[in-house]
Write a protein that binds this ligand. Structure first.
Ligand code: C5P
Length: 228
């Protein structure tokens, strides 16, 4: 097992799919001028590589090798970071529902998680980091000085995603979204390695009844208390 690292300027933001971690990380990143580690993107990139290789979800050995040999590059684009896998721009592809589903299966494989652990830790620097994921506060950065855990009911998260997709002109069925999120929650919380759960010292915010602005205000206050 790799060593743990300790750095002063680090905020972990964990929680289930569709809870709004991305929005909150972006806000913190703008306020503090610290970069974001989108750990989910690494699982999505691994899933993307496995899908294009035709690797089956139960072939753990090949999935582990895929994660170890992951050939990825990140570049800043006009609308945020662009993700390249084996020199191909897969920034849109990794956000597709099919990739997300495969990512959540790939993420249950112990060897895959071990392979991605060092890649994630190597992104932490003294200049600060906002780490977005499922196990940032529990496994990857257990010494982080501020840990936030966002949660919301599956129905509320599905509703938010439904609106997001609708705004993009994508037609989806809300019942399918609830079923999808529930299946991902189950895989994330019941897996043996690094299951989704709040770190003991995390601040848990249930956002079900809160507006984005209310969550932002709470999180910014926490960051100000901790880092100013
Ligand atoms: O957050 P995002 O939806 O992009 O993550 C894709 C999948 O990767 C999640 O459904 C989850 O199963 C997995 N994941 C994980 N640990 C992380 C980040 C994501 O298991 N730190």
């Amino acid at each position: 097992m790799s060593q743990t690292i300790s750095i002063d300027k680090l905020i972990t933001v964990d929680g289930p799919s569709g809870v709004g971690k991305g929005t909150i990380c972006l806000l913190l990143s703008h306020q503090l001028n610290w970069p974001i580690l989108d750990s989910g993107a690494l699982y999505r990139l691994t899933a993307c590589a496995a899908m294009s290789d035709g690797t089956q979800e139960n072939d753990h050995e090949t999935l582990e090798r895929t994660a170890i040999e992951l050939d990825v590059r990140f570049e800043s684009g006009d609308n945020g970071l662009r993700y390249f896998l084996r020199n191909e721009d897969v920034s849109e592809k990794i956000r597709e529902e099919a990739t997300g589903n495969m990512a959540s299966k790939v993420a249950t494989v112990e060897g895959v998680r071990a392979a991605l652990l060092d890649k994630q830790r190597s992104l932490a620097t003294d200049t600060g980091l906002i780490a977005d994921g499922r196990d940032m506060g529990t496994v990857v950065f257990p010494d982080a000085p501020l840990k936030i855990y966002l949660t919301a009911s599956a129905e509320e998260r599905a509703e938010r995603r439904f609106k997001q997709l609708k705004d993009k002109g994508i037609d989806v069925n809300i019942r399918d979204l609830v079923a999808d999120l529930t299946a991902r929650d189950e895989r994330d919380t019941n897996r043996k390695v690094a299951p989704l759960k709040p770190a003991e010292d995390a601040v848990v915010i249930d956002t079900t009844e809160l507006s984005v602005a209310e969550v932002e205000a709470q999180v910014l206050e926490l960051a100000q208390q901790r880092f100013s």
